[in-house]
Structure formats: structure tokens, C-alpha cells
Design a protein around this ligand. Structure first.
Ligand code: NAD
Ligand code: UDP
Length: 416
């Protein structure tokens, strides 16, 4: 992996990264990327390691020694500061981040996303360490356009719905809509990190993921998670498809989302890690504005894709409507539409054109100028995977990983 350069053509030096929440969905993909494509070392912190077991064992793996797992609950473990001090960079992914928890476990949600993140920010600031903190696109809440009359032509104007890091307001519902406990806690920790940067010089980057999806996201209820658990939409719909049940559309499935493939999104984080001068001090939307669908359209597409990858015919009644109160309980509310503005990430981490190379030779008092390519192109971030393609690879994974287990679980005789 020698010879790799950053977006400005400078050689990349190996660093040590303290990754908190490394055992989760995003963490597992980031660890995989860092082990297989870089020389960086990872101190992987989490309470679980099932999703990164394949990177930790056996000792003969080519990256053995570069990744170390620390089973630590950051709520109450004094070893955390030592690990942050040992590392050059801390990446904090730890959070409760499933919407079903926001209104039913608001205290845990607020503690996890704000209180538990405080020491991480403090240790980074006090020890002069760089921090990449994972926030969420949910800090934008609802779009301005959602407050316009349904038939207003302004609803079609991007100024009323595109979400921009530096100009869009954060619009949440009232306090009894406890759904917003997560967004509000994330917003406050963003403000604290920003203030640490402004007042104490903390080197920080804030990431706002817009619905990253792919293999290993969440759990399948009753198989590798609680039977009554409600994961995020990809796992909910995968579970329905695997069990041949109709997909449940909350409040008609009219909300809109843009989905980005986890492997595309991880490329962006990789660039942030290796281009600190371009990433520090910035908040980045990371999403794919070209992959927008309503939740209903997502359900229809997943039904078609699953039929293709499993070889099973689609259900005759593929979806059913369910109210949000019935599905999530009291206090649920929703973001209507999430289109990320990509201006900042494209400017900071997009394809870089280095100035052209000009070599001058002096041959017998004559200067000979040789111009090579007019520009050297260093490819930057550009999420390319279409929704269909990302669903195809993800549902292939879901089918391969869970179909047999579900068959066994559902064929077990019921105890009399
Ligand atoms: P995840 O739940 O799969 O991963 C979070 C990990 O943090 C889990 O492995 C969990 O065990 C760990 N963790 C939680 N509390 C901890 C504690 N006290 N001590 C140690 N470990 C703890 O979620 P994810 O999808 O990988 O998300 C990672 C981050 O990105 C979160 O901060 C989330 O809010 C943010 N995010 C993700 C998305 C997305 O599309 N996946 C969208 C918006 C925001
Ligand atoms: N949703 C749904 N059926 C499900 C699960 C989720 O209709 O079985 C909807 C949910 O109400 C929301 C969207 O799908 O509008 C995305 O939900 P997710 O849990 O992925 O999180 P969000 O994008 O809201 O953070």
C-alpha cells in the first residue's frame, strides 16, 4: 500500500485511529476498508464485535496486529481517555440510532447521543487530537417546503427542500413528538464540537449520513436480534421479504428518502481521514441525491429485487398500510424529504485537478520544455451505485445470510 497519495498529491503516512462504535454497521465497513486498503491501525471500541469478527480472527490475517478490539462501554470506562491519547484520530460512531427507540426510549437516546459523546469531545480537545464525529441528516428535521400548502408551486423549488450544511435551518416538531429527541441531541453535540473548534482549536469533522444502507445493517428480528425489535427500514423490509409477509408502509409510505450504498459512503469517510486539511472544520452531508424514492417506491423495488435474487415469485399483496402510532407508538413524527446538497463535499473532497506537470531540460544551452498531460486527475468522491444495484447486492447478502435460518425458525413445531 506504499505510494498512496492524498488529494493534493502528498504521500499518506500511516496513523492510529481510535474508532468508537467500530462493531456497528458503518464501523464494520470502515474497519474492512482500512484493513484491506491502507496501512492505518485501528483501536476498535464497542460493546459488541460480531460484525467485525472476520477482521479480528484468525491471527494469520494479513492485517493482524493492525486492529485491536476493546470491549468498552463508553458510558463508564476510564480506559477511553488512554485509547484516545494513543491515537492520532478518533472517530465516534457510537449511538442509539434506530427511530423506533427515539420516542419509546427518549432518555437513553438523549444520553447516548449527547451525554455519552461529551467525554469523547473533551478528551480530543484537551489532548489536541483530531475528531471525526458522526451526526445525522436528521438534524435538518423537516423541510421548509413541508409547511407550504400542498398545492403550492414553491414545493417544487429546490430552495424549499434541498438540505445545505451552511444555510438550511433545523426544523423539529414539538416536544411531545419525542421522535426529535435523537435529532436534537445530535444537533447539540454538533454545536458543542463546533464551539470547541472555535474557542479551543479542536480539529473536527462532522459527518451527516443520509440513509447509508447495505449488508450488516441492523438485525433481523428473532434471528440475530430481539423478536419484538424494530430496526431501520432496510432490515424491516428485508425481514418481511424473508418471511413472505407484506411490507408495512408507515402512514402510507409517502415520506421520501435518498439512499446511498455503504461502500460509496465509506469512500467519503476514507477521504476525510486521509485529507485532514480539506476535512477539518467542515460539516459534510454524505448521501446520494440521485437515489430518491418514496418509502412506497422503495418497498416496490425491494419486492422486485428480492424476487430476482431469491428466485421466489413476489407476494400477491406486497404491501400493507399501517399507522405510525400502531407501528412506532405515541410521539412518532417523520422527516418528509431528504435531498443532500453536495456542494461542500464536492468542493472539499471531489475530483482534484493538480496543476499540469512541466519539465524543463537544458540541452547544450537550449531549454527544452516538455509538457505532459495538461492536468493530473486525482479522483475524489463520487457516489455512483444506483438504488437498484445497491439493493441487488444487499438483498443477495440478506438472502444468503438469513433465508435458511428463517426457514428453520418458522418450521419449528410450536410447543403444546
Ligand atoms: P449501529 O447501531 O450499527 O452502530 C453503532 C455502534 O455503536 C454499535 O455497534 C453499538 O454497539 C455501539 N455503541 C453504542 N453505544 C455504545 C457505548 N456506550 N459504548 C460502546 N459502543 C457503543 O449504527 P450505524 O448505522 O453504524 O451508525 C453509526 C453512526 O452514524 C451513529 O452515530 C448514527 O447516529 C450515525 N448515522 C447513521 C446513519 C445510517 O444511515 N446508517 C444515518 C444517520 C446517522
Ligand atoms: N418505514 C416504513 N416501514 C417500516 C420501517 C420504516 O414505512 O417497516 C418508514 C419510516 O416511517 C420512515 C422511513 O421508512 O418514513 C425510513 O425509516 P428508517 O427507520 O430507515 O429511518 P429514517 O430514515 O426515518 O431515519
Amino acid at each position: 500500500m506504499a505510494g498512496r497519495v492524498d488529494l493534493d498529491g502528498n504521500p499518506i503516512k500511516p496513523i492510529t485511529i481510535c474508532m468508537i462504535g467500530a462493531g456497528g454497521f458503518i464501523g464494520s465497513h470502515l474497519c474492512e476498508k482500512l484493513m484491506s486498503e491502507t496501512d492505518h491501525a485501528v483501536l476498535a471500541v464497542d460493546v459488541y464485535n460480531d460484525k467485525i469478527k472476520h477482521l479480528l480472527e484468525p491471527a494469520s490475517l494479513p492485517w493482524a496486529g493492525r486492529i485491536q478490539f476493546h470491549r468498552i462501554n463508553i458510558k463508564n470506562d476510564s480506559r477511553l481517555e488512554g485509547l484516545i491519547k494513543m491515537a492520532d484520530l478518533t472517530i465516534n460512531l457510537a449511538a442509539i440510532c434506530t427511530p423506533a427507540d427515539y420516542n419509546t426510549r427518549p432518555l437513553d437516546t438523549i444520553y447516548s447521543n449527547f451525554i455519552d459523546a461529551l467525554p469523547v469531545v473533551k478528551y480530543c480537545s484537551e489532548n489536541g487530537k483530531r475528531l471525526i464525529h458522526f451526526s445525522t441528516c436528521e438534524v435538518y428535521g423537516k423541510t421548509i417546503g413541508s409547511f407550504l400548502p400542498k398545492d403550492s408551486p414553491l414545493r417544487q423549488d429546490p430552495a424549499y427542500y434541498v438540505l445545505s450544511e451552511d444555510t438550511s435551518p433545523c426544523i423539529f416538531g414539538s416536544i411531545e413528538k419525542q421522535r426529535w429527541s435523537y435529532a436534537c441531541a445530535k444537533q447539540l453535540i454538533e454545536r458543542l464540537i463546533y464551539a470547541e473548534g472555535a474557542e479551543n482549536g479542536l480539529e473536527f469533522t462532522i459527518v451527516r449520513p443520509f440513509n447509508w444502507i447495505g449488508p450488516r445493517m441492523d438485525f433481523i428480528p428473532g434471528i440475530d436480534g430481539p423478536s419484538e425489535g424494530v430496526p431501520r427500514v432496510l432490515a424491516c423490509f428485508s425481514n418481511n421479504l424473508l418471511r413472505h409477509e407484506p411490507l408495512k408502509l408507515v402512514d402510507g409510505g409517502q415520506s421520501q428518502r435518498t439512499f446511498v450504498y455503504i461502500k460509496d459512503a465509506i469512500e467519503a469517510v476514507h477521504l476525510m481521514i486521509e485529507n485532514p486539511a480539506r476535512a477539518n472544520g467542515h460539516i459534510f452531508n454524505v448521501g446520494n441525491p440521485n437515489n430518491e424514492v418514496t418509502v412506497r417506491q422503495l418497498a416496490e423495488m425491494m419486492t422486485q429485487v428480492y424476487s430476482k435474487v431469491s428466485g421466489e415469485p413476489p407476494l400477491e399483496v406486497p404491501t400493507i398500510d399501517v399507522s405510525s402510532k400502531e407501528f412506532y407508538g405515541e410521539g412518532y413524527d417523520d422527516s418528509d424529504k431528504r435531498i443532500p446538497d453536495m456542494t461542500i463535499i464536492n468542493k472539499q473532497l471531489g475530483t482534484n485537478l493538480l496543476p499540469f506537470l512541466q519539465l524543463k531540460f537544458l540541452i547544450q544551452d537550449i531549454v527544452l520544455t516538455v509538457k505532459f498531460n495538461p492536468v493530473v486527475i486525482i479522483p475524489g468522491w463520487d457516489p455512483k451505485t444506483s438504488l437498484w444495484d445497491l439493493l441487488e447486492s444487499t438483498l443477495t447478502y440478506q438472502h444468503r445470510t438469513y433465508a435458511e435460518a428463517i426457514k428453520k425458525a418458522t418450521s419449528k413445531p410450536v410447543a403444546s
